[in-house]
Ligand binder design. Sequence first.
Ligand code: KG4
Ligand code: ZN
Length: 346
Amino acid sequence: MPTILAIESSCDETSAAICVDGEILSNNIATQAMHAQYGGVIPELASRAHLQNIVPVVDVALQKAGKGLQDLDAIAFTQSPGLIGSLLVGAEFAKSLSLALHKPLIAVNHMQAHVLANLIPERKPSFPFLCLTVSGGHTQIVLCKAPLQMEIIGETIDDAAGEAFDKCAKLLGLPYPGGPLIDKYAKEGNPDRFQFPEPKAQGYNFSFSGLKTAILYFLMNAGKSQVYKEDFATTDEERKQFIDSNLADICASVQKRIITILLNKFSKAAKDLDVKDICIAGGVSANSGLRKAFTELGEKNNWNTFIPEFQYCTDNAGMIAITAYYKLLDQKFASLDIQPAARGFE
Ligand code: KG4
Ligand code: ZN
């Protein structure tokens, strides 16, 4: 019954989880609220907050699981990708604990962990499954052949899906991170009121930057055109009024377009590869519209659908712990001189 402590600190969430024999006993997450006032994550502030949070966050994770340091068999941490200063805090903490307790260290890739969040519940997908990983920094279609055997078959060529949500929200004057707010307002709106373009990208790849520009022009023209035209130029006040009186419909239409961009490519890949089980992962998989459309896509095509519980969608150490569990079964340990890396997929 191996007991693992896992630490996640790649961006602006400090999280610690305890996993016993593949079961997550606790998943404690401290979110750094201070970034909202700057409209995005400030790396220097994020690393300082991780330093302050890490000890209490680990303490609470141990308490919630009813465990102490003496019970641990391995220490896992997010090695890449992420903000380097943030990653360093988790990596150095995990290394110190591993050294002090004489327990092995396990290095985990954050993107692999998002996919494997789907292996946390009792009802698990069978291999090979196809996963749509949609977060603030990544958008990938991943073919997962075994827990630690993954192939990226498509990804974004510019912005990530979460970035598209957040940037559109910013254009609408909503605070960071705007994704969850677009989700909230979209529930009251008409998704077919405004039509935004579906950008072109080759194969199973995605592109979101054109959508963001279309929405920028659409707002600058107060809904009269998606191509910038001087004739339709509006004042700040007119734009604000247009947004205020149409917010729900704009959010619903933007969200619908992001979802169709994602699912059109994903369903093509799933058909071409003839998979039976499909999963979603990453922060954007918390989006209620995407969850619903994903489930409907599965029903229509007779695919089994898997969506992680909300707490395992956005950044969390539970997903790092489950990945570490499979690495431990394979005896894939890291040495103490391992360094975190801002980019990379093992
Ligand atoms: O996976 P995650 O927590 O962090 C990264 O690794 O990036 O994803 C964060 C992203 C943000 O862009 C956030 O706006 C988006 O996930 N997000 C959502 C929702 N909840 C989080 N986007 C749309 N609807 C949501 N409900
Ligand atoms: Zn993430």
